[in-house]
Design a protein. Structure first.
Ligand SMILES: [Zn+2]
Length: 213
């Protein structure tokens, strides 16, 4: 199974990726993990990427694509993979197609998490984060034991700038612009499978099993 995950911020895309990983015994690979791995292993692309990351800049596609290509050649992906956060542009999707073609394999699913803007804003704006240990809470679904205080380390919880309503609306806009073309491309290839973002957590396991077979 070779899956690409797609979904707006706050849609539960990562949660689904991890459940699928457990169900089918295939690894989740995120762009962040791939970048950090390449930097750690000091690969050619990793060293190039580090220059950008140290400056706090976005790593250009040419380098990211190279890192993905290296990662795709590793033996732990023989049974398949779940890509989370890649591809993010048509350019990256082209690169992925080429990499897979050379390996003589194809994507099997593009799992698209569908959730209304209203629900996404509701979820993200109720998120509270710990600035010290990065633990994430939610005022409704996962409140801290003591209001405003991190359970793990006792720090005062904050609403991240990213999770403020105006910023969320902007993030959603950016997300839609970048993914619209990608979804269209994968629709044409007959790969897109929708998953309802409102399915409760305890039903996700069965839902995904049914969806992917
Ligand atoms: Zn904390």
């Amino acid at each position: 199974m070779r899956i690409v995950m797609m979904g707006p911020p706050g849609s539960g895309k990562g949660t689904r990726a991890h459940i699928i990983s457990e169900l089918y015994g295939i690894p989740v690979i995120t762009t962040g993990d791939m970048l950090r791995g390449a930097v750690r292993e000091k690969t050619e692309y990793g060293l190039e990427a580090k220059v950008y990351m140290d400056r706090g800049d976005l790593v250009p596609d040419s380098i990211v694509n190279g890192i993905v290509k290296d990662r795709m050649g590793k033996p732990d992906l023989a049974k398949g993979f779940i890509l989370d956060g890649f591809p993010r542009s048509v350019n990256q999707a082209d690169a992925l197609d080429e990499i897979l073609k050379k390996k003589d394999v194809e994507l099997t699913h593009v799992l698209s998490v569908v959730l209304s803007d209203k629900e996404i804003i509701e979820r993200l704006s109720k998120r509270r984060s710990c600035p010290d240990c990065n633990e994430i809470y939610h005022l409704v679904s996962k409140p801290p034991k003591k209001e405003g205080i991190c359970d793990k380390c006792g720090a005062k919880l904050i609403l991240r700038k990213d999770d403020k309503k105006t910023v969320i609306r902007y993030r959603l806009l950016v997300y839609k612009e970048t993914t619209h073309q990608l979804l269209e491309r994968y629709e044409k290839m007959g790969l897109v499978v929708d998953t309802d973002g409102e399915i409760p957590f305890d039903e996700l396991h069965d839902h995904l099993k049914k969806l992917l077979g």
